[in-house]
Design a protein around this ligand. Structure first.
Ligand code: ADP
Ligand code: MG
Length: 728
């Protein structure tokens, strides 16, 4: 009797939804109470320290050491007041998770007494034991140590009883060992490049920030059932399991009533998010049963990325209190819709203008078109790099399957803007006549409506869609750290804007008027970037064929997609924009390949174990029951009757034997294949071998296991089934 499944089922079924008490009536009462925000800073810091931090955030100025001591004193007083006993530097190593090392404020003074201590030095820099974080060879080649350094642009916060200080994580030689450092550099690059271009339109613009609004999809599963599934526990997804009789065919889940237990979880999660200053806004059920989405109001990209990392941690913590496990994996269940994390992205000026929102006047619309067309051009020129930025073993399950954006990068802009670009494309080269200019202003640029109607009817199959006042990068995985795609997107945009400015300035130097020059360059870009634009169904086979004709890449697997990180042009791009140097790029490539390989290796081992230790013995057990029964029938029945009634059971016994043999044979072959792969020295070759040689066994083994799940007596089956995982 497979105790664990049935105990888990009982436990899960018996659970009641706890009523979450909210200690406030209005969100504003608690919003940000656990963050060291401007309000707390004003209260706990000297005016001098306050000004210094606020300048660092707004203008990127440095905070000097003396001031750091004052900031630390204020931060400590605030944190202790809120009940914090420890502090930690909080960072995002390349493992994808977040890391922290807690130290106590408490320090003995040597006379039998103690004080609470936290100095500027402790705030500004720390040396975590970095040896266990991936570094792609950086620390081996250079210096053995890495350190974390305070990022004052992202507010410190309290989790539990710990003051968490957002930091970057770099090696002693300055190479980035985390996700945040390149992001901050990319954000600086886009700030400079976009501010320069803004000068054509408005000389008051001093700073441009990238904005990000992510939409986090996830699944919830009961904790007891989760623990009864070793594959979910160890790999984040089910490696086997037959599709339930009732799936999402009915589409009755989407926006359906949120089950009470999930609703209580969300209420508590929202409360904790508000306390941490994360402006979560929407909650609803997703397409699949037990799938949900959480989205905040957009924020400055660095803060938004931190908030996403933080909320992924927070979800897990809050879920435990509700006996749920949060599944962030892109594809926890085969045949059930997967999870993504749309990244809504735009650029905003310090004068309050969204550069990707159409304006009221032709002038503001020319600015909009400039940024809009440059974004299309950036994706056109660097589509492959954008593809690489969303590559991971788990996201491979989504990209390329007919439910998420395809692995082909394209841009959707809607029919209204397509018409605008078509009209602009007709412009003749060179100076514009006064009539042409008037016509443009009145009939093209002036006609762009402030609110783009057809963008409400969006193309959900596009990986990069314009949605009225922002682009939405839809191909990001639910498990991903948004820093990677945001680093790439902002870097390619920065590069593109620099090239644009150089081209416009060259025309101006030749004597062209500014507006003429801008129109001329934009017209060229529209022509050059035609190929990347696609308005049709991104899931269709026709599109795959059409994209191939257009010369667009369609790279379906991670190890190959990652190649785009290290092409000469990509390295040049990173170096020129001061986002990463050559060593950092190659190190990252190496780390991502290594991570890919490990993920597949673990899945392969876990699948082999479950198939061998759970499925095969269960099948044999049931087969023995059948054999006993057949023997009994033979004893009691006349031979001709026996032949007739035992036929089906004998057939089942044979089928079970067949599947058992398949599992054992394929499992052994897979192990041999893994051995061959492990002998490969080159990381890239090895990752490719795992992808092409090991993964194909997964489906073969799974197929046999899933058939057995259907054949074997339900009472004997040890693993919670899909219908139980998804519907309870
Ligand atoms: P969907 O229909 O794809 O679910 P929603 O309208 O729910 O989209 O979500 C829109 C998302 O876009 C929100 O997360 C919001 O914060 C974000 N967003 C809106 N404006 C901007 C902007 N200017 N920059 C970045 N993100 C934005
Ligand atoms: Mg969306």
């Amino acid at each position: 009797m497979p105790q664990i499944r049935f105990t888990a089922l009982q436990e899960a079924q018996r659970r009641m939804a706890p009523e979450v008490e909210l200690p406030y009536t209005r969100v504003s009462e608690i919003f940000g109470e656990y963050t060291f925000n401007y309000r707390s800073m004003k209260e706990y810091m000297t005016p001098e320290a306050y000004r210094s931090v606020s300048d660092a955030v707004k203008k990127g100025t440095k905070i000097d050491r003396g001031i750091a001591d004052q900031v630390a004193t204020g931060m400590k007083a605030w944190a202790i007041n809120k009940g914090a006993t420890h502090y930690t530097h909080w960072f995002q190593p390349l493992t994808g998770a977040t890391a922290e090392k807690h130290d106590s404020f408490f320090e003995p003074t040597g006379d039998g007494q103690a004080i609470e201590k936290f100095s500027g030095g402790m705030l500004v820099q720390q040396e975590p034991d970095a040896s266990s974080f991936p570094n792609g060879g950086i620390r081996n080649t250079f210096e053995a140590r890495g350190y974390t350094a305070w990022d004052p642009t992202s507010p410190a916060f309290i989790m539990g009883r710990t003051l968490c200080i957002p930091t970057v994580f770099v090696s002693y030689t300055g190479e980035a060992l985390d996700n945040k450092t390149p992001l901050l550099r990319a954000l600086q690059s886009i700030d400079q490049a976009a501010t320069d271009v803004c000068q054509y339109f408005d000389r008051n613009v001093r700073k441009v920030t990238a904005t990000l609004g992510w939409e986090q999809e996830y699944f919830l599963v009961d904790m007891a059932l989760f623990h009864a599934r070793p594959d979910l526990k160890l790999t984040g997804r089910t490696l086997l399991g037959h599709a339930p009789a009732k799936g999402q065919q009915l589409d009755d889940h989407y926006f359906g009533s949120i089950p009470e237990r999930a609703r209580q979880f969300m209420r508590e999660l929202e409360m904790e998010s508000y306390r941490l200053g994360i402006p979560v806004k929407t909650r609803h059920n997703e397409v699949a049963p037990s799938q949900f989405e959480l989205a905040p109001v957009f924020e400055e990209a660095n803060i938004s990325v931190d908030h996403n990392s933080l909320i992924m941690d927070l979800m897990d913590k809050v879920a435990r209190r509700h006996h749920f496990k949060v599944l962030l994996h892109e594809k926890p269940y085969k045949g059930v819709n997967g999870s993504g994390k749309h990244n809504n992205w735009s650029l905003a000026t310090d004068t309050g203008v969204n550069l990707l929102a159409p304006g009221k006047t032709p002038k503001s619309n020319l600015q909009f078109l400039t940024f809009f067309i440059n974004a299309i051009m950036a994706v056109h020129n660097h589509a492959d790099l954008l593809r690489a930025s969303i590559a991971s073993a788990s996201n491979d399950h989504r990209l390329g399957a007919n439910e998420a954006p395809p692995a082909i990068i394209s841009v959707f802009i809607g029919s209204q803007l397509t018409a605008t670009l078509d009209a602009l494309e007709q412009l003749e080269k060179g100076k514009l006549s006064p009539e042409q200019k008037t016509d443009l202003k009145l009939n093209v640029v002036g006609k762009i409506p402030e609110i783009l109607l057809d963008n409400t009817d969006r193309n959900r199959t596009s990986p990069f869609a314009f949605t009225g006042n922002k682009f939405e990068l839809r191909a990001v995985g639910s498990l991903a750290n948004c820093a990677q795609p945001m680093t790439i997107l902002n870097t390619i945009m920065a590069q593109q804007l620099r090239e644009f400015k150089a081209a416009v300035d060259a025309h101006i130097a030749e004597g062209m008027k500014k507006d003429d020059a801008i129109f001329n360059v934009l017209r060229d870009y529209i022509k050059q970037s035609q190929n990347i634009r696609f308005e049709g169904d991104g899931y269709s086979d026709e599109w795959a064929a059409e994209a191939e004709k257009r010369g667009l890449s369609n790279v379906r697997t991670t190890p190959h997609a990652l190649d785009f990180y290290v092409t000469d042009s990509a390295v040049k791009l990173f170096v020129e924009n001061e986002v990463m140097n050559e060593v950092e790029v190659h190190a990252r490539h190496e780390i991502m390949l290594e991570e890919y390989k490990m993920k597949i290796q673990i899945e392969s081992r876990v699948l082999g174990d479950i198939a061998g230790n759970h499925v095969v013995p269960t099948a044999i057990n049931y087969q023995n029951k059948l054999i006993q029964n057949v023997r009994g029938l033979k004893e009691v029945l006349a031979p001709e009757v026996f032949q007739k009634v035992a036929k089906d059971q004998l057939h089942m016994i044979e089928s079970i034997s067949g599947y058992i043999s398949t599992i054992i044979a394929e499992k052994d072959a897979m192990i041999e294949e893994r051995k061959r792969c492990n002998a490969i020295e080159d990381t890239r070759e090895q990752a490719i071998a795992y992808c092409e040689k090991v993964i194909p066994y997964f489906d073969k083994i799974r197929y046999a296991c899933d058939k057995l799940e259907l054949l074997v007596d339900d009472e004997l089956w040890p693993l919670p089934k899909y219908r139980e995982l998804i519907f309870i």
